[in-house]
Design a protein. Structure first.
Length: 448
C-alpha cells in the first residue's frame, strides 16, 4: 500500500505510524511525501520489474528530479538528473542534463548515449584490479570498455583477465569468456557461472547463449578442441554473442583469450560496441582498428628480481590518453591454474616429467600429468616423500615446469616448515641428550 500526502503533514504521519506500531517509512518527493512499507522504494520496484522482464539493471538508465528517485540511481547503471532536480539528486547523479523536466528526458532519449554513438561508464561502476605505487586503486570500467591485454607468454595475462572477469561477475555483470586453453574454468567457483567443456559437448553458439541470463556468466572451455575447431567455434560464437547483445543487452563483457586466433578472415568491426577484452601475446596480429579502438591497454612483463617486488604481480596500464602507469595486480578470489586441462590430461615430454626417488621395493612411474603426480604423491613411501621435500623438488618442478607459481609457493612453504621443524627437533634432542649425559655421568661437583 502507498499513501501520498502533503509534506506539511510529515510530523502527524510519523506520530500515527508510531501509535499504530506500523513498520512504515516516509519518502520525500519535493514538497510532498509517500508513506510506504519498510524496504519498499522506487528502486525495489524497478529491480522487480527488470527481473520479471529478464533485463539487467546494468542496461538501465534512471532519470529523476526528487528525493524519492535516489533509490533508482542505486539500481540503474546510470542515474541522470534533470536540470531542475533538487540539490541532493543533482549531487548523487552520474549525469546532470542541461534541460528541465520532460525536455531533459527528451534530450537524453535523443542523445548520443542511448543511440550507441557514445560509450560511457560512470566512475562508481568501475572495478578495482590493483594498486598504484602511491596506494591509490587501479580501476577499469565496469561496462562499455574496450580493453587490450598483452605481454609475452607466461607473464600473467590470463591471471589479470580472470581478475577482471571476477570483479565484473561479483558486480552482477554478465560475462562470456571464450577460453581456448582452459585457463578460466576456475571462475565456476563464483555464483552463477557455468562452464561448458569442449571435451564433452559444446552446444551450437545460438543455443549456448539461450542459457545465459542477465546476472549469469559462462566460460566456454575449448582446450580439448583442435586449433581449427577452436577458431571456427570462436568465429561463430563471436557473431552470435554480438547478435544476442544487440537484442537483449548482455553479455555485458565478451572476453577473447588468445585473441590472435581471430586474426584471419573478415575484418569487420566485430567489437565496435565496447564491453570486450582482447588478450594476446601477439597483438600485432589483430586488426589494427581493434587495437586503435582500445580504451584501456594492460601490459604484462617479466618480473625484475632486483626490484624488491619480484614476488608481486606487476603490470602497466594506459587509460585513454593518460600516461602509462605501473601497478601491483590484486589477488584473485578464485584459483588460477594456467592451461589447466593441458597439465591434467596431456602427457608432458619425457624430459619435463617428474621422476620420483624410489626404492627397489616401490617402483613408481614418472608423472607425465598432474593426475599422475597427485596419485603418485598419495602412494609414495615416507623415505621417498622426505627425500623430495627436503630437496625442494616438488616446488621447483611446479614452478619451473608447470608454471603454477601459487601452488609452488604454497608447497615451498611446507617444505621449509618441514626443515624448520626438523631442525628444531634436532636441537631439542641435542639439549635433552646433553643434559641426560651430564646428569648421569657429570654430576655437579660439591663445593669445597
Amino acid at each position: 500500500m502507498l499513501v501520498a500526502a502533503d509534506g506539511e503533514h510529515a510530523a502527524t504521519i510519523i506520530e500515527v505510524i508510531g501509535e499504530l506500531g506500523l513498520d512504515y517509512q516516509i519518502a520525500h518527493n519535493r514538497g510532498a511525501l509517500m508513506v510506504l512499507p519498510a524496504g519498499t522504494t522506487k528502486g525495489t520496484g524497478l529491480a522487480t520489474v527488470l527481473g520479471g522482464m529478464k533485463l539487467s539493471p546494468h542496461n538501465t538508465v534512471a532519470v529523476g528530479d526528487a528525493e524519492n528517485d535516489l533509490s533508482l540511481f542505486g539500481i540503474a547503471e546510470i542515474g541522470a538528473a534533470v536540470a531542475d532536480a533538487v540539490a541532493s539528486v543533482r549531487r548523487s547523479a552520474d549525469l546532470v542534463l542541461d534541460k528541465p523536466d520532460g525536455a531533459g528526458v527528451a534530450e537524453l532519449l535523443s542523445g548520443p548515449y542511448l543511440a550507441g554513438v557514445q560509450r560511457w561508464c560512470p566512475p562508481r561502476r568501475w572495478v578495482d584490479i590493483g594498486t598504484f605505487d602511491d596506494a591509490t586503486p587501479t580501476r577499469v570500467p565496469g561496462s562499455q570498455g574496450r580493453i587490450l591485454v598483452t605481454g609475452p607468454a607466461a607473464t600473467g595475462k590470463s591471471y589479470v583477465v580472470g581478475l577482471m572477469a571476477e570483479q565484473w561477475i561479483l558486480a552482477n555483470y554478465s560475462v562470456l569468456v571464450l577460453d581456448p586453453e582452459g585457463d578460466h574454468v576456475q571462475l565456476q567457483q563464483l555464483n552463477r557461472v557455468q562452464v561448458f567443456d569442449g571435451g564433452h559437448h559444446l552446444p551450437e553458439p545460438v543455443e549456448l547463449l539461450t542459457m545465459l541470463q542477465p546476472h549469469s556468466s559462462m566460460v566456454v572451455d575449448m582446450s580439448a578442441l583442435s586449433e581449427p575447431s577452436k577458431v571456427d567455434y570462436m568465429y561463430r560464437l563471436r557473431s552470435a554473442a554480438e547478435a544476442h547483445r544487440h537484442q537483449y543487452g548482455y553479455p555485458h563483457w565478451v572476453i577473447y583469450d588468445e585473441a590472435h586466433l581471430l586474426s584471419g578472415g573478415e575484418h569487420a568491426h566485430w567489437a565496435r560496441r565496447g564491453g570486450y577484452v582482447l588478450s594476446s601475446f601477439a597483438p600485432a596480429s589483430l586488426p589494427a582498428h581493434e587495437i586503435d579502438a582500445s580504451d584501456v591497454v594492460l601490459t604484462l612483463t617479466t618480473g625484475d628480481a632486483t626490484s624488491g617486488i619480484a614476488s608481486r604481480r606487476r603490470a602497466s596500464i594506459r587509460i585513454g590518453s593518460e600516461p602509462v602507469r605501473e601497478f601491483t595486480i590484486a589477488q584473485r578470489q578464485t584459483a588460477h591454474v594456467r592451461h589447466w586441462h593441458k597439465y591434467v590430461d596431456i602427457g608432458l615430454p619425457h624430459d619435463r616429467r617428474f621422476y620420483f626417488h624410489t626404492s627397489a621395493r616401490q617402483a613408481i612411474a614418472p608423472a607425465a600429468t598432474m593426475r599422475d603426480f597427485g596419485t603418485a604423491v598419495r602412494h609414495l613411501d615416507q623415505q621417498a616423500l622426505e627425500y623430495h621435500l627436503e630437496r625442494g623438488d616438488f616446488s621447483r618442478w611446479l614452478d619451473g615446469t608447470i608454471a603454477d607459481k601459487d601452488l609452488a609457493t604454497q608447497v615451498a612453504a611446507w617444505e621449509d616448515e618441514l626443515l624448520a621443524n626438523r631442525a628444531a627437533d634436532l636441537e631439542r634432542i641435542r639439549l635433552h641428550l646433553a643434559q641426560a649425559v651430564e646428569e648421569r655421568y657429570l654430576p655437579a661437583q660439591e663445593p669445597d
